[in-house]
Design a protein around this ligand. Structure first.
Ligand SMILES: [Zn+2]
Ligand SMILES: [Zn+2]
Length: 207
């Protein structure tokens, strides 16, 4: 039995977007469904998400909540944490979900299987057996994530950053070195020349 709000339709939608079915995506689905229930969806860019991970889980936020990089309402704040902050522009409601780390039978088993598979001297047959175990465990982990109470998966707190600004269309400036068009906020001034980041870095490393 899945947790309330988790439907096969939502799962299918997230898997279609992400390309495969995995525990990380399942974790993201739980966060996405929480956001849909508590903040709404982002069809109108009303909801802004700040993601602290660029791994599997964030694809569920893009597929289900509708916060995407292209719309400018998904901001990557690279912290290597499975954490998502949501902001609602209309009333300023905000929250940060942080994945809780748990030590349980499944995580211990996962560690054991990983160690076994690191052994290069395994026979082909034994390796295949451990890989089958890993596959089975992955399914169990997905089941667990999709069914356990939300508060066991995530803690809810205050965002660590302010609500991001609305996406703005900015002028394009031509880089004086490579001639490519660059969004004005990404232009660097080096010795009076306007350079794109790559050309600016090349210039500084040559000096
Ligand atoms: Zn994945
Ligand atoms: Zn350039």
């Amino acid at each position: 039995m899945y947790a309330p709000g988790i439907t096969q339709e939502l799962i299918d939608k997230a898997v279609a977007f992400h390309g495969h079915w995995c525990p990380g995506l399942s974790t993201g689905i739980r966060a996405a469904v929480w956001a849909m229930q508590n903040m709404g969806t982002a069809a109108d860019e009303e909801i802004v998400a700040v993601t602290e991970t660029d791994m599997c889980a964030v694809d569920a936020i893009q597929a289900l909540v509708g916060c995407t990089f292209g719309k400018g309402n998904l901001i990557f704040r690279d912290r290597g944490k499975v954490a998502f902050s949501f902001f609602r522009r209309s009333d300023g409601k905000k929250a940060r979900l942080m994945q809780k780390l748990r030590e349980d039978d499944l995580s211990q088993r996962a560690r054991q299987i990983r160690q076994e598979l690191e052994n290069r001297n395994l026979s082909e047959k034994t390796r295949a057996e451990w890989e089958a175990q890993a596959e089975l465990l992955k399914k169990q982990r997905i089941e667990q994530i999709l069914s356990q109470p939300f508060e066991e998966l995530f803690s809810i707190g205050e965002p660590l950053c302010d609500m991001p600004h609305t996406a703005r269309r900015l002028p394009t400036i031509i880089c004086d070195a490579c001639g490519e068009g660059v969004m004005s906020t990404r232009i660097r001034e080096v010795n009076g020349r306007h350079l794109c980041i790559d050309c600016a870095e090349k210039q500084t490393s040559e000096n």
